[in-house]
Design a protein around this ligand. Structure first.
Ligand code: FEO
Length: 406
């Protein structure tokens, strides 16, 4: 398709479709393909382009632009996000429209320099409440960092109540009918996208929603999947529901213990640590055998836990696979303010706990205690040590100040 599609008067969809892609960013399955959305706004004094597309699709993008304006009409290009699926066509667009100025967030500057491949790209940095006026249209910029890159931002078209949300509210879901009220049911794709792209930044989503709440929004023009014009508030509320933390425990913090065990020794350690934590009535302790948890359950538990303890024996000089599965799903988790720790029984070398400790440190968990290792079967005295390890970890999660180990 080489024609732009009108969204509302003077606002056009000039994005492209990638219906055959089946894996996005290595980690996401895209059963329905995806789209790289971009928009074109005509004003009484020229044209503004909102984002570009992946480089391999740029010819279709340019044909759509050419269907509604000349390159000399383009005055400004607003880049909400510089990941290559949106910035791929930017160098060629600025070559074809050399008079156009690019607007980016301050954090995007170093990235733009490496994408531009030229020193001649004129740009300006913008942040919340800065405005761009062109003819009869006004754009208000909104800083929405970490959704999902540090440089991401949004913007709002005042006269038409359109939110340009960047990757926020996206779905990897291609349907040629492009509007949410015309396409099929894309609910699964909307949630799946949130879980993989936005969930690790839930607190930044909450901050962005507070900014969006100040505006009357009639359409959400996002960067992937259907454009949202059928009660866009419902998508905002779903993000709010998924991102705001509910204090159902009246301020009590949760510590979750995950373990794997070969001969019950690590399990006995886990139980004594659990008892130590539970001895403080201001804490809630949970204990889980990792071999019986799937990833979705792991994520739900991890998300509501302030403290996380992992227990593992060492097998062939390594931690068992369920432990690595748990650690690898943490890339989908917001780690801010969380405490971690580990423990385990071992027979010979006992490397597993150090590996887990360092991995948790690399994931930015706060690690107040050195790993607890016990050779083979824990004695009664060693189980008392585990109990006290649980008490100490619980006190730290509840606010006791100590130096971190990493
Ligand atoms: Fe759609 Fe983060 O790029």
């Amino acid at each position: 398709m080489s024609e732009a599609i009108q969204v509302i008067k003077d606002l056009y969809y000039v994005g492209v479709s990638d219906p055959d892609i089946r894996t996005f960013d290595i980690i996401m399955k895209t059963a329905n393909g995806t789209t790289y959305n971009a928009y074109l706004l005509k004003t009484s004094e020229g044209v503004i382009i909102f984002d570009t597309v992946k480089e391999e699709f740029q010819e279709e993008f340019f044909k759509k632009i050419e269907s509604v304006c000349s390159y000399s009409d383009i005055k400004y290009i607003i880049m909400h996000h510089l990941e290559p699926d949106h910035s791929g066509a930017l160098p060629e667009l600025t070559r074809r429209a050399p008079g156009a100025k690019v607007f980016i967030s301050p954090m995007a500057q170093p990235m733009l320099k490496s994408i531009a491949k030229t020193k001649d790209m004129e740009f300006e940095t913008v942040w919340t409440n800065k405005q761009l006026k062109l003819g009869n249209k006004t754009i208000t910029f909104l800083s929405t960092p970490n959704l999902h890159w540090p440089e991401t931002m949004s913007s709002y078209l005042e006269e038409d109540c359109v939110l340009f949300s960047g990757d926020v509210f996206g779905s990897h879901y291609y349907d040629s009918r492009i509007f949410d009220d015309l396409v099929g049911d894309f609910d699964y794709a909307f949630k799946y996208y949130y879980d993989h792209i936005m969930r690790p930044f839930r607190s930044d989503v909450v901050k962005a929603l507070k900014l969006y709440d100040k505006f009357d929004i009639s359409i959400i023009c996002n960067l992937h999947g259907p454009i949202m014009r059928d009660n866009p508030q419902k998508y905002i509320e779903r993000y709010r529901e998924w991102s705001e933390k509910v204090d159902r425990l009246h301020g009590k913090k949760i510590i979750s213990i995950f373990y794997v065990t070969s001969y019950k020794n690590t399990k006995d350690m886990a139980q004594s640590i659990f008892d130590g934590i539970e001895s403080d009535t201001n804490l809630i302790a949970n204990i889980y055998d990792l071999t019986a948890l799937d990833e979705q359950n792991m994520l739900t538990i991890l998300e509501e836990s302030t403290g996380i303890l992992i227990g593992a024996p060492t097998i062939n000089g390594d931690a068992p696979k369920p432990v690595w599965d748990l650690l690898s799903c943490m890339m989908l988790l917001e780690k801010k303010g969380k405490f971690g720790g580990c423990f385990g029984s071992y027979g010979w070398s006992g490397e597993a706990v150090e590996m887990i400790h360092h991995r948790l440190g690399a994931l930015n968990f706060r690690l107040p205690l050195q790993p607890m290792k016990i050779k083979l079967i824990p004695t009664k005295e060693e189980l008392v040590d585990c109990f006290e390890f649980g008490i100490e970890f619980g006190q730290i999660v509840n606010g006791k100040m100590v130096e971190m180990t990493l």
